[in-house]
Design a protein around this ligand. Structure first.
Ligand SMILES: Nc1ncnc2c1ncn2[C@@H]1O[C@H](COP(=O)(O)OP(=O)(O)OP(=O)(O)O)[C@@H](O)[C@H]1O
Length: 359
């Protein structure tokens, strides 16, 4: 028999003042896995986390840890008995305690009874030399590391993290995220991390739980969410997108860039054709002739540069098609910065285009 998931959440619902803030949310997280609750502000991420922690009660649904019920209609295991570690945005360390006692805070007997574990954890985040320091003597990144190992010290079955990196300087963040991830993997705990930043979720998650208005709209590996978004909003959450519209006839829609398949969409229904700026193909104009159509890229449409901005590693080029109807943004390597009005041929990579019925 296979072991149950470390954390399992089934049909969780929570309303405030008659308004469902978390609605029918289900997911599971395995030991050693990082799951990210990702979504815009107010979509219900933190409420979900608080229900799992046990500091709030759902209206309905089940929460199980290692197959044991923590919460359902008849049961409510209090937070301190759920074996859940917490690391929140304001991860404040105790200012009057040295690092050693901060790390040992959740351990029976404090530092004196747990010297080895505390020293081992400090060494793993390169903080051994700060064992006697007080929080005010540490940088933001160092405090973050102490907060992380404080949460991990009691070896929780599950670690809950709410925007844990948002207080950090942007230049520090990537390094600390990577370090944190490495330590979490070594500890083998199951992690549920809340973030509103797609980049953070892509970097940290084995599994992304994309939330919108209280519901999970898509869940899966970062690669799948990015490359097979469930709708236009999901596509747009991960990067800028271009949107073309068209009408369907015979499961196809015709555009200046050729035909696009729209399987299962009724005749006359409008669709949105979505493509990310980095997936446009651009070709120079050669005496009014563009590249021949291909199965891979469809037909080329003539467009002109409206403006181009150099962003460092890449440039952002805004085009308008020659019929004046479609505006498209393309990102290209930063060495390429065409001047306004340059005519160019644009193609849309068929394997990178998403077609959605217009809502
Ligand atoms: N105790 C409460 N009483 C009333 N409304 C609440 C309560 N807690 C949360 N809400 C509401 O529920 C909604 C979701 O809040 P939640 O904090 O879960 O969102 P979030 O996705 O974590 O957003 P953010 O990223 O801004 O923290 C918000 O509209 C919030 O105002």
């Amino acid at each position: 028999m296979t072991a149950p998931p470390r954390l399992e959440v089934q049909s969780l619902t929570r309303s405030f003042n008659g308004q469902a803030v978390v609605e029918n949310v289900s997911f599971s997280v395995e030991a050693g896995q990082v799951a990210c609750l990702l979504g815009p502000s107010g979509c219900g991420k933190s409420t979900t986390l608080r229900l799992v922690a046990g500091v709030d009660m759902p209206d309905s649904g089940h929460i199980l840890v290692d197959g044991k019920t923590m919460c359902d209609a008849a049961t409510h295991v209090p937070p301190e008995r759920r074996s859940v570690g917490l690391m929140f945005q304001d991860f404040a360390l105790f200012p009057h305690l040295p690092v050693s006692e901060n790390v040992a805070f959740g351990l029976k007997g404090g530092f004196s009874a747990n010297r080895d574990r505390v020293r081992e954890l400090l060494a793993r985040v390169q903080m051994s030399s700060h064992i006697d320091s007080y929080p005010h003597q540490l940088s933001g990144g160092e405090q973050q590391r102490v907060a992380l190992i404080r949460a991990l010290a009691p070896q929780p079955r599950i670690l809950l993290m709410d925007e844990p990196f948002s207080g950090l300087d942007e230049r520090l963040r990537d390094g600390i995220r990577d370090e944190t991830l490495a330590l979490l993997k070594e500890e083998g705990t199951a992690v549920l991390l809340v973030t509103h930043e797609p980049d953070e979720a892509m970097r940290m998650a084995d599994q992304i739980l994309l939330m919108r208005r209280g519901r999970i709209v898509q869940q899966g590996a970062p690669y799948n969410l990015y490359n097979a978004p469930v709708d236009r909003e999901a596509a747009g959450f991960f990067s800028d997108i271009n949107i073309l519209t068209g009408k369907v006839q015979g499961a196809l829609t015709n555009t200046p860039f050729g035909e696009f398949l729209a399987p299962g969409v009724a005749d006359g229904q409008e669709v949105e054709i979505v493509i990310r700026p980095q997936h446009l193909k651009i070709d120079f104009d050669r005496a009014g002739r563009g590249p021949a159509p291909t199965a891979e890229n469809g037909s080329a449409a003539l467009a002109r540069v409206r403006r181009a901005r150099f962003l460092g590693r890449e440039s952002l080029v805004e085009f308008i098609t020659d019929n004046g109807e479609i505006t498209l943004n393309a990102t290209v390597p930063g060495v390429f910065l065409p001047s306004a009005d340059t005519p160019m041929w644009l193609m849309l990579r068929r394997d990178r285009v998403f077609v959605f019925p217009k809502k």
